[in-house]
Write a protein that binds this ligand. Structure first.
Ligand code: PLP
Length: 365
């Protein structure tokens, strides 16, 4: 049985039709010149979406977490210090991964649902000037909050601390400027606002990140996620075999990015902003509350508390069983109290807003 879903959770979202169609392309070998040329074009498209000229810009095999691990494993050595902003589940995951790599963690916290204060992050860096990285999640999917990363890079440029940004939910949905904001390393995922299925993690490293990687005194602890080895695979001539990368996922991401760039990156930001607002207004009219303050609220992911007296899990199940609509449950302190509704990529449309609001109205009864 083939069931399709309207995927309005925190990701995956439904891929663009072009990205779904590309999944039927013939499988290519991982060293086939046609596959390597395809990856070259994906890198060009990713540079346009990340707004960077970084040469080391690649789709890493794996989901967003592999992008996170590729960045942390390639840039940190055991005993290094990292400053991490934590105001939700994915900031916490950065801490967990960095800890496993033997790093010393300096946590900078804000309550879940509230944005991080860039001043607090920079003060923590000043207190730990030897920190190798300062890492922040640009769009915290667990609470629907936008963290201000634009302010950080220029301040860090004159220090030895590199800026690492998680753009898993941000990229393609809300403004992100890798070069203009002085972001040294950034990772994302194929399955959210880029409009492709899960399985690839776009990563970009600027010059300072590449230099940091080259200056390591220990090998990267992960062979699979070593950005230096991936660079030799995809960007050296001749390419150095590394792993059996999926040409099918590459074709799909290539197509999703093509669709996004045909529309125009700024036009997709405007589209996400418009439909996000429409959803949030509609939810408010139905008695839902907003987890994030309006100033820091993301349009592509709305974390919303249910009207009083309504139990979230059974209603969410009715949306899935009765309407084929997936929305996400709350995480952490919002587990059991909130939903997370995504309008990402192909799903950031008036059709999704009207459909999900209509279905919610029905299940509320
Ligand atoms: N970072 C953020 C902000 C995310 O939203 C997610 C997933 O939702 C991840 C990292 C991890 O990505 P994945 O689940 O694709 O491994």
């Amino acid at each position: 049985m083939l069931d399709d879903r309207l995927l309005l959770g925190p990701g995956p979202s439904n891929p663009y039709p072009e990205a779904t169609e590309a999944l039927t392309r013939p499988v290519l070998g991982h060293l086939d010149p046609a596959y390597l040329a395809l990856v070259g074009e994906i890198s060009d498209r990713l540079r346009a979406v990340f707004r960077t000229a970084n040469e080391l810009t690649l789709p890493v095999s794996g989901t967003g977490s592999s992008g996170m691990e590729a960045c942390l494993a390639s840039l940190l050595e055991p005993g290094d210090t990292i400053v991490v902003g934590v105001n939700g589940y994915f900031g916490e995951r950065l801490v967990q991964v960095a800890m496993r790599l033997g790093a010393e963690i300096v946590r900078v916290e804000a309550p879940w649902g509230t944005p991080l204060d860039p001043g607090d992050l920079l003060a923590a860096q000043r207190a730990h000037p030897h920190a190798v990285l300062l890492a922040v999640v640009a769009a915290e999917t667990s609470v629907g909050v936008r963290n201000d990363v634009a302010a950080l890079g220029t301040e860090l440029a004159s220090t030895d601390t590199l800026l690492l940004v998680d753009a898993v939910t941000a990229l393609g949905g809300t403004p992100l400027e890798v070069d203009a904001w002085g972001v040294d390393a950034c990772y994302s995922a194929s399955q959210k606002c880029l409009g492709a299925p899960p399985g690839l993690a776009p990563v970009t490293f600027g010059e300072r990140a590449v230099a940091r990687m080259r200056a390591r005194s220990t090998p990267v602890s992960s062979f699979y996620l070593d950005m230096g080895l991936l660079q030799q695979y995809y960007q050296a001539s001749p390419p150095v075999y590394h792993h059996t990368a999926s040409s099918v996922l590459a074709a799909s991401l290539h197509a999703g990015l093509g669709r996004l760039l045909d529309e125009g990156l700024e036009a997709t930001w405007v589209r996400h902003e418009r439909v996000g607002k429409a959803l949030q207004n509609g939810l408010t009219d139905l008695g839902f509350g907003m987890v994030a303050d309006e100033k820091a609220r993301l349009p592509q992911l709305t974390a919303t508390t249910l009207p009083s007296g309504k139990e979230e899990a059974p209603l969410r199940r009715r949306l899935l069983d009765g309407y084929g609509i997936e929305v996400g449950g709350g995480l952490g302190e919002f587990a059991g109290k909130a939903w997370r509704i995504g309008l990402m990529g192909h799903n950031a449309t008036d059709r999704s807003v009207a459909t999900v609001l209509g279905a919610i109205r029905d299940v509320l009864g």
